[in-house]
Write a protein that binds this ligand. Structure first.
Ligand code: SIN
Length: 335
């Protein structure tokens, strides 16, 4: 209670200070939007659409610079830069917030969501919305969820049954859940920034990885991974985040317009992401550089059974209520 009161008082002071600065100087507000993926991906397109709508509707009031492909900050330093207001918007994948909240690890649990539609329903419900505010004590506020899509497993050998992954070293995002997921397969893991993934796979330092089709294609990972199994075993989505001190210091009217632009961009990104992933899946198949392996329902069930024990392992840290709320968004009854 006292903490919430202090936080409100703090934001009110920051808001007053920044509002007066903004009015006095009459300068446009600068927003740097940094991300780690290519421009022709769901997140890359979302960042560009945000910039163009802001330029159209808030010309002279807000300026947006977009830095794709880890060109300003990468996985290792972007969240710290946001907390220090050196960058004002990011959209890290949900696995990258582990240091600030354990609750978001729900999104990393393997085979929790049947498809991206289920992920969408969870993000719109009360529990999903609550998670947007779960990092405010760390100076991070969530503004929206953006989809990328379901992850596929790639490797330098065919992965048809879970035992095929045993002994391989997989590149993962910095998430204890993902580490445990691969441990269940008898595989080891290496936490590496996204920008280092291609080189690590090319050199053989790691032999496998997991990502949605759009990231695999745009980073050319299929050129160094001869096999991709269509597992759809987990989700890779984003949270659009800002620094609350910066965000709540934006004059109310402008902030409201920015928030409505974000709603519009979110709708566009989330509507388009699945189509982009299917387009890139097709491009990978047509390139002939990597063999895309479709699993039978029985083979996929074997992966599910091998990875599913990770849920129990993380129930305590994530929260049983959050996992349940996520599980019930699936339409089908499962074993
Ligand atoms: C991203 O899509 O932002 C990066 C995902 C990854 O690190 O694998």
């Amino acid at each position: 209670m006292l903490n919430s009161f202090r936080r409100l008082a703090f934001y009110a002071l920051a808001l007053a200070a920044c509002n007066s600065e903004l009015t006095l100087a009459d300068e446009p507000i600068h927003i740097k939007f940094s991300h780690v993926v290519a421009e022709n991906t769901p997140k890359g397109q979302g960042a560009l659409l945000f910039k163009s709508l802001v330029e159209e509707r808030l010309a002279g009031k807000v300026q947006v610079e977009v830095y794709p492909n880890s060109s300003l900050y990468g996985d290792a330093d972007e969240l710290e830069a946001l907390r220090n207001n050196q960058v004002q918007l990011l959209a890290p994948s949900l696995a990258k917030f582990e240091q600030y909240t354990k609750q978001l690890q729900v999104f990393d649990l393997p085979f929790l969501f049947d498809d991206i539609g289920a992920v969408n329903r969870f993000q719109k419900r009360a529990k999903g919305r609550q998670l947007l505010r779960s990092m405010e004590d760390h100076n991070i506020v969530g503004l929206a969820y953006w989809h990328n899509g379901m992850k596929q497993l790639s490797a330098n050998r065919t992965l048809i049954l879970p035992s095929d992954a045993s002994g391989l070293n997989f590149r993962i995002q910095p998430s204890a859940v993902l580490e445990a997921q691969f441990a269940k397969l008898g595989a080891t893991t290496q936490k590496l920034p996204f920008s280092e993934t291609f080189r690590a796979l090319q050199s053989g330092h790691v032999q496998g990885a997991e990502n949605p089709w759009s990231n695999i294609h745009s980073q050319k990972l299929h050129e160094v991974q001869p096999y991709i199994s269509e597992t759809n075993h987990g989700v890779l989505d984003y949270m659009l985040v800002s620094n609350p001190r910066f965000w709540y210091s934006i004059p109310h009217q402008i902030r409201t317009q920015l928030e409505s632009i974000i709603d519009e961009v979110t709708f566009a990104v989330n509507k388009q992401a699945e189509a982009d992933n299917q387009r890139d899946r097709q491009r990978i198949i047509e390139s002939g550089q990597s063999k895309v392996i479709s699993l039978t329902p029985e083979q996929r069930q074997a992966w599910r059974e091998a990875m599913r024990p990770v849920w129990q392992q993380f129930e305590g840290v994530i929260g049983e209520d959050i996992i349940k709320a996520a599980e019930i968004v699936n339409r089908k009854k499962r074993s």
